[in-house]
Ligand binder design. Structure first.
Ligand code: ZN
Length: 226
């Protein structure tokens, strides 16, 4: 993605690698259908019990992404956290950076921060084995970047009603995207309530200026649940 990736430096997330310690080795091989990306069920369809077990695994990893989001909020950033998981182990984590401060950008989204870390620190990881956990639905930039870097399974907590990118109709795009469309799984609303609570706290802060008075802010503050 970036020929200069190895020279890029970035701030460490405030919680560092703490979230890694409790990561058990868990296989994440389940398929939870999503209306945006319908798939054929395999012949050995998982039982309801197994599906529940997988959802518990998703919740457990999302809890780690939420730790990243809380660290972002504590640092005054938009509260988004992300982790990447491969074969049951957390291999990278990230939280939103530069959503405020003297030079705010729309580049250092949590998913991009985590992906950069993975590509610079663990380039040997098999990309197709990756699952992204993000506390907010990935935007168009992050969704496309993750897909182009081989990530095919995305789990998110809170929908981005203003700028979410995962409803992009891949099958109607150019061949590169059309061909990967059947492989993409989107699993929404894992730990939605917990993530929503962080965004509501962010938008209720009197000194928040990032996306203040936006559709996202209004939508978030109208939601029940915290
Ligand atoms: Zn993004």
């Amino acid at each position: 993605m970036d020929g200069n990736a190895k020279t890029i430096s970035y701030k460490a997330c405030p919680v560092g690698g703490a979230a890694f310690r409790d990561a058990d080795k868990i296989w994440l091989s389940g398929i939870i259908p999503d209306h945006n990306h319908p798939r054929m069920e395999p012949d050995n369809s998982p039982t309801k019990e197994k599906q529940m077990g997988r959802m518990e695994q998703h919740q457990r990893f999302m809890d780690m992404a939420l730790e990243q989001a809380r660290a972002a909020l504590k640092a005054g950033e938009f509260p988004v956290g992300a982790i990447l998981v491969a074969e049951g182990e957390v291999v990278a984590e990230g939280c939103r950076q530069n959503s405020g401060g003297v030079a705010p950008t729309e580049l250092d989204h949590a998913e991009i921060v985590a992906l950069r870390r993975l590509l610079t620190q663990k380039p040997e990881i098999k990309r197709s084995s990756l699952t992204l956990y993000a506390t907010m639905e990935p935007c168009l930039m992050c969704y496309a970047t993750l897909l182009l870097n081989g990530v095919r399974r995305l789990v998110y907590a809170y929908e981005d009603a203003m700028g979410g990118g995962t409803s992009l109709p891949l099958a109607q795009l150019a061949p590169l995207y059309r061909e990967l469309a059947p492989e993409v799984e989107i699993i929404p609303h894992v730990r939605r309530r917990e993530s929503l609570a962080l965004f509501q706290r962010f938008f209720r802060q009197p000194d928040t200026s990032y996306w203040q008075d936006s559709l996202l802010a209004r939508y978030t503050l109208e939601q029940q649940g915290s």
